[in-house]
Write a protein of this length. Structure first.
Length: 168
C-alpha cells in the first residue's frame, strides 16, 4: 500500500500552509525497495531544503506508528504539516514547487516497485499475510490518523473519509 496526499490551506485572515506526505506500507519489506523509495524521497527533499528529508522522515516515523502494537505501519516516508515560509528561507512559490515535486514522486516510485515484483508467485499464504497487513493499515487509520478522526468527528462524508482504506 502506498499513500500520498498533499494539501494547501488558506484561512480568511490570510494565514496559509502546506501539508502532506508519502509513505509506503508494503506487505513484504524488501530492503532494496525501501532504500530506493527513501533515496527518491531524499532526492526530492534535498532539492528544496537540506533539512526537509531528515525532519519529515522522522515526522513520518513518529506519525505512522501503531502505539498499541509497538510497531511501524510500514517502511515510512515523509510527512509534513503547517509548512510555511517562516524559518525556512523559502518563498511560498518554492514551497508550492516542493509540494508538487512530492506529488510527482508518487507514480514513478510505485511503478518501479510494481515492476520489480509483478512476476512473483502469489497464493493462499500471501493472501493471508496481505489480509493481516491491510488490517494493520485499517487499525492505524481508525485509531490514530488525525485526518480520519477529524472527518468523522465533524460529520464529514463517511464514504470520502474512509476511501483510503484497502479493500477487504
Amino acid at each position: 500500500i502506498i499513500h500520498m496526499n498533499v494539501r494547501y490551506f488558506e484561512m480568511g485572515n490570510g494565514h496559509w500552509w502546506f501539508g502532506g506526505g508519502i509513505d509506503l506500507t508494503p506487505h513484504y519489506v524488501v530492503p532494496a525497495d525501501a532504500r530506493y523509495f527513501h533515496r527518491a524521497l531524499k532526492g526530492v527533499c534535498d532539492v528544496y531544503h537540506p533539512d526537509f528529508y531528515q525532519e519529515f522522515r522522522q515526522w513520518a516515523d513518529d506519525y505512522f506508528y501503531l502505539k498499541h502494537r509497538q510497531e511501524t505501519r510500514g517502511i515510512g516516508g515523509i510527512f509534513f504539516d503547517r509548512l510555511h515560509t517562516e524559518g525556512r528561507g523559502l518563498s511560498k512559490e518554492a514551497l508550492f514547487e516542493y509540494v508538487l515535486a512530492v506529488g510527482n514522486t508518487f507514480a514513478p516510485t510505485y511503478i518501479e516497485r510494481l515492476n520489480r515484483h509483478k512476476e512473483e508467485p502469489y497464493g493462499e499464504r500471501e493472501l493471508q499475510w496481505q489480509g493481516l497487513r491491510r488490517g494493520r493499515y485499517v487499525e492505524f487509520n481508525l485509531v490514530w490518523d488525525k485526518g480520519t478522526k477529524f472527518g468523522l468527528d465533524t460529520d464529514g462524508r463517511t464514504e470520502s473519509i474512509l476511501m483510503s482504506l484497502p479493500p477487504v
